[in-house]
Ligand binder design. Structure first.
Ligand code: MG
Length: 376
């Protein structure tokens, strides 16, 4: 009979990491990354890693997620079989509302343990590998646009051909000027998209959005606040450029409503919104049934959450618009993995080793840890 494994203990760390530059968004500025790293250990000595990456203006706080994990979610699974991941996550849903990032971290660590026990990568636990590499998108969000142009040129030389311009944090003329400069400089050698991070009101949005139609954008992301589903549906109806929902679609229920109301042509998938990889697959299944595309989004993450996201990307039946797992390579001053997160020639390469397929550099993790919460 196969050896049994039980969750023996857990550790939760709030980690603060410096970044290379300030990034501005329609919902605020980011000048460093505060994230939550979860470590689960079995009675057989196997460790699984997970990450909860909240953004207070979007999903929640690091402190809230760290406490939810150390006081509720991890104590509830001590002694449990990590292979009961669906049962355990359903209990977590029932026991504590919200905290999708904490639930994603918990699931990632359980899947990491399962993969390490079986000697297979997480995407095989999700049904297999549809693709082993995904085109990378980098987000241009520096208020100093001259620095962004220089960065775009440098990354283009690295093979990065997708750029997402963060819009709506200054004025409309600034957004149009930046798009014109990018198109003038790179013509169609770039795949360009824009993201408002909810930064416009509905009444000001439509005339501005019409001005973007001529820039051949592959999508316009979340122009208005998440609850304004009617405005999202209207833009999707009347604009030629595809509309993408990010903040408006967190979980399968919201995907269902969003598909019914046709609030977008594309949904951004994020494990931090859906509460894990398998819930993100549920969102993707609803999108696919409705003829809505999906995209690989992320929050402000280290290589741990990026790796989890990469396994999700591998397991998606359809994915045409790439993913944005650029933080570990191009945004953090220093990541916490032993080997660099695998980005090469503008592609994210899906890890093929057991579990997450990446390992944590404990010394670097300790160096950036602001607070540790031990469970058992
Ligand atoms: Mg977004």
């Amino acid at each position: 009979m196969a050896q049994s494994h039980k969750i023996h203990s857990g550790r939760v760390r709030i980690v603060e990491l410096p970044v290379t530059e300030v990034h501005s968004h329609g919902s605020g500025d980011v000048g460093s990354i505060k994230t939550v790293i979860v470590e689960l250990t079995t009675d057989t000595g196997i460790t699984g890693w997970g990450e909860a990456s909240p953004w207070p203006v979007f999903t929640g706080t690091a402190e809230g997620n760290a406490n939810a994990l150390s006081r509720y979610f991890i104590p509830a699974i001590i002694g449990a079989n990590p292979f009961d991941v669906e049962v355990l996550l359903e209990q977590a849903e029932k026991n504590v509302v919200h905290y999708p990032e904490a639930k994603a971290a918990l699931e990632t660590a359980l899947l990491d343990i399962m993969g390490r026990v079986l000697g297979i990568p997480i995407h095989e636990l999700l049904g297999g590998c549809h693709r082993d590499q995904v085109r990378l998108s980098f987000s241009l969000a520096n208020p100093d646009f001259e620095e962004d142009i220089a960065k775009a040129e440098r990354l283009h030389g690295d093979g990065v051909k997708i750029f997402k311009l963060k819009t709506g944090f200054k004025d409309h003329a600034f957004d149009l000027m930046r798009l014109q400069r990018l198109r003038d400089k790179f013509q169609d050698r770039l795949d360009l998209r824009i993201d408002f991070n909810q930064g416009m009101t509905a009444h000001e949005a439509l005339p501005r959005l019409r001005d973007f139609e001529s820039f051949r954008l592959s999508f316009i992301e979340q122009p208005v606040p998440r609850d304004n589903l009617e405005a999202m549906a209207h833009f999707t109806d009347v604009l030629t450029t595809p509309i993408m929902a990010d903040e408006s679609v967190f979980n399968p229920r919201e995907a269902f409503i969003g598909a019914q109301m046709r609030i977008a042509d594309i949904f951004s998938l994020k494990i931090m919104k859906s509460g894990g990889l398998r819930r993100a697959l549920n969102v993707a299944a609803i999108a696919r049934s409705a003829g809505i595309g999906v995209y690989g989004g992320c929050m402000f993450e280290t290589g741990i959450a990026h790796a989890a996201g990469a396994h999700l990307m591998a397991a998606l039946p359809e994915l045409n618009l790439g993913c944005e797992f650029y933080m570990a390579t191009y945004y953090l001053t220093e990541d916490i993995l032993t080997e660099p997160f695998p980005v090469r020639n503008g592609y994210v390469h899906v890890p093929s080793g057991p579990g997450l397929g990446v390992d944590v550099d404990l010394a670097r993790l300790e160096k950036h840890t602001a607070q540790t919460l031990q469970v058992h």
